[in-house]
Ligand binder design. Sequence first.
Ligand SMILES: *Cc1c(COP(=O)(O)O)cnc(C)c1O
Length: 383
Amino acid sequence: MKNTGGRMTVKLLDLAAQYATIRGEIRGAIDEVLESQQFILGPRVEELERAIASYCGAAHAVGVASGSDAILLALMALGVGAGDEVVTTPYTFFSTASSITRLGAKPVFADIDPRTCNIDPARAAALIGPRTKAVLVVHLFGQTADMDPIMETAFARGVPVIEDACQSIGARYKGRPAGSIGVAGCLSFFPSKNLGGLGDGGMVVTSDAALADIARTLRVHGGRERYYHDVVGINSRLDALQAAALLVKMRHLEDWHEGRRRNAAWYDERLAGVPGLETPRVEAHNRSVYNQYVIRSRDRDALMAFLRESGVGCEVYYPVPLHLQRCFAYLGGREGDCPEAERAARESLALPVYPELPPAEREYVAARIREFAERRRAQGGER
Ligand SMILES: *Cc1c(COP(=O)(O)O)cnc(C)c1O
């Protein structure tokens, strides 16, 4: 924190602050891997797979190279390919949809529920058709999608559900862990996620033994035995160094979730009633792990400019819904197809919520937001 005449610099995320609390543990774990000189898969990765499977309430876990690959491999394991459709949300990180198109399949975008920014179960149900091979839900910002109605419809239609839980490890839906509800859950260990590694990493969790077996084979070029290939897989494995660091971080994960939840609850209270601003809504049956704390403002761009000017790190997740991305123009998506996702893209703003965020900085962020709202009102600009 820098405090120069009342102005502060507040980071959106400060990974150095986290590292400072676990430096010794991490270095010890890394040293062990260096001494072993076993870098690809191996005992540390297996230990992490067991720990994550248990944490996520799944029977199996398969460590892979990234969250994007976890999604790709889950889709591959289900046999998604050319001509298939996958129903998903347009309001998410890019790779949710690119994993589908990389397999020659077509993402079919169902608009979001504006209250949670997660896929709207009724809209998703309406888009399931004869070509639908899977439903890929995303648990955005740390909160699970409304899984019961989605599972019910998908089951009735014989379509498997995959959970993109890249932002939501440890989140719960009616007590059930994110990733344990559909046929498979996909996790990311990208450094900015709640459980972040020292680089890229990811995992597929599932209680379906056959699916786990296929994913395990696909991550090593599709061979069960080296140099004998039953199917064409990819090279997507988790490193022992990542696993060692992630095992250390898992010991702290619940505390970090709680830190985020505490900061979120504080903002909820402090920002309540600010004109033109909505704090994030978490359904009563959900436990959010707040990978992001995302407010909505009709004056989002001006608010973001003001906050950045004031030294507050903030970010838009996501400025362009996926049905409007240029690379997906061939799918024929148009403005107006998913109005709620489009509105969310115009109004959303993520604030600093990381567990180590100093209370004085949190206070500063809230004070600047209130100041912005005051100025707007004074200018008669409040709509
Ligand atoms: C981070 C993220 C991914 C991709 O994970 P990587 O590990 O960066 O490949 C996919 N989906 C969502 C929703 C994410 O937040």
